[in-house]
Design a binder for this molecule. Structure first.
Ligand code: GLN
Length: 493
């Protein structure tokens, strides 16, 4: 059983093609792992009946020789993707009971390629958070060891997506990243997390947080697996006017390409106050690994980096306040009855939204209100342009940028949740890529002194995910990171 859990997606795919294993066997192993790791609170809605049918279909397709690229591979989905007739809550009380009548484009691409849906995964409410603690279902727990007896945060907002892949209860999973929600939990849980270029994957059918920043992306155990699933997720969608008109690309080839002669930028501004020494040491190591692999290291400057976090925390809440206006007690999920229509809106929204979501709506409506719009929202948009231009200039001199993913390793649950500013600081290295629309990947690269995973982040110019995969693969090879969470379903080594 545990042998099946040890396989990467690429290995499982090859064994399925050779008929050494069946999709149903693989699903059974994952079902067992889901039961064993229930305490991690990763799945909010398991969909095992659907999974069974999908696995049977995948086995038929293998027998007939027409199996899609993901056929039989068990995949978990962040509960932010609308899944037809399957409860989709964004981990919010206000969406409890919402059964979408449609399927998001990205998930539909995955099922058409034969992927097997294990269930919906835990996340922060409406993807707002960095620890998965704002979820109505309670936090997803990090499968790596506890500290002083306290469970660690899986990171957020896609905590369940990262934790399940690390714990072996999903072979791969889907998440979304508005300001770091794929890369930060990937780093905390020791898995690979890719945030694609804005416009690369369709946002259609994904519960919107901040529409100019949101992107879907995969969590996997290896870079090779990331390329495998990303090739299926990406692509133009006429239903999303912001999706890029680019055809199918098979990114698996890019993983193996040589990085000799590539120029790797090291931005001075990412040496922020409060960064753990073990993180800056890892950053130096990453630099050395890439040099050994034949890349050239170039020191660069991204002078407006220091404004990225405040800029993000104006733009993201502003867009969120507008996107979340639709939850009015009439069109979706929950309603609290009251005497008048206005009173019903108020009661429904006060009861249905959690504290962090309400905070964002208040910040957002304030920043957009007449009189403050110019001072906050417009200013933030201008700063966003400067941040984007910093990257454009830097990419004249370098091919890829290397930074740490997070300023610290995973923290204990409860440690930061009462202080929003401390929580927001988690995103310091990840938000610039969203503001500039760039692709970014987090690769597990080492362990902290306490034995917790640490990630390195790579950023590339728009639509250069292939380049990210080649460099990420070089880091992965040299880091020899072993996926060994204490609370995994089986021995993943
Ligand atoms: N932690 C960030 C926030 O709370 C990013 C969230 C995300 O990427 N969805 O806004």
């Amino acid at each position: 059983m545990s042998d099946l859990l040890k396989m990467t997606a690429t290995e499982a795919r090859n064994s399925l093609l050779k008929k050494e294993i069946s999709s149903v066997e693989l699903l059974n192993a994952y079902q067992n792992a889901m039961e064993k790791t229930e305490a991690l609170n990763n799945y909010v809605t398991p969909t095992l009946d659907a999974a069974k049918q999908m696995a049977v279909n995948a086995d038929k397709a293998y027998a007939q020789g027409n199996a899609g690229p993901l056929a039989g591979l068990p995949i978990g989905v962040k509960d932010l993707f609308c899944t037809k007739d399957i409860e989709t809550t964004a981990c919010s009380a206000i969406l409890k009971g919402f059964l979408p009548s449609y399927e998001s484009t990205v998930t539909s691409n995955i099922w058409h390629s034969g992927g097997v849906m294990l269930g919906k995964l835990n996340c922060d409410e409406f993807a707002m958070g960095s620890s998965n603690e704002t979820s109505i279902f309670g936090p997803a727990v990090n499968p790596w060891s506890k500290i002083d007896g306290i469970d660690l945060s899986s990171g957020g907002s896609s905590g369940g997506s990262a934790s399940s892949v690390a714990a072996g209860s999903a072979l791969m999973s889907l998440g979304t990243d508005t300001g770091g929600s794929i890369r930060q939990p990937a780093a905390f849980c020791g898995v690979v997390g890719l945030k694609p270029t804005y416009g690369r994957c369709s946002r259609w059918g994904i519960v919107a947080f901040a529409s100019s920043l949101d992107q879907a992306g995969p969590f996997t155990r290896t870079v090779e697996d990331s390329a495998l699933i990303f090739s299926v997720m990406a692509g133009h969608d006429p239903k999303d006017s912001t999706s890029a008109s680019l055809g199918y690309t098979n990114f698996s080839e890019a993983v193996k390409s040589n990085i000799e002669g590539l120029r790797i930028g090291i931005p001075a501004e990412y040496n922020v106050d409060g960064m753990d020494i073990e993180i800056s040491d890892l950053w130096k190591k990453g630099r050395a690994w890439l040099e050994q692999a034949g890349a050239k290291i170039v020191d660069i400057n991204l002078p407006h980096t220091k404004y990225a976090l405040p800029c993000y925390y104006i733009i993201a809440p502003a867009e969120a306040s507008s996107n979340l206006a639709r939850y009015d007690g009439i069109r979706y999920g929950k309603r609290i009855e009251a005497e008048t229509l206005d009173a019903m809106y108020e009661a429904t929204r006060a009861d249905g939204f959690g504290e962090e979501v309400q905070r964002r709506i208040l910040i957002g409506t304030y920043a957009l209100s007449a009189g403050y719009y110019d001072a906050y929202y417009l200013k933030a948009q201008q700063v966003r342009r400067l941040i984007k231009e910093d990257f454009e200039k830097a990419f004249n001199d370098v091919d890829v940028i290397l930074t740490p993913t997070t300023p610290t390793p995973a923290f204990p649950l409860g440690a930061e949740v009462s202080d929003p500013i401390t929580m927001y600081l988690n995103d310091v290295f990840t938000v610039p890529a969203n503001l500039a629309g760039l692709p970014g990947i987090s690769v597990p690269a080492g362990l902290s002194n306490q034995g917790l995973p640490l990630g390195l982040q790579l950023l590339a110019p728009p639509f250069e995910e292939g380049r990210l995969f080649s460099v990420a693969n070089a880091i992965e090879k040299q880091a020899e990171f072993l996926l060994a969470p204490a609370r995994a379903a089986g021995d993943l080594q």
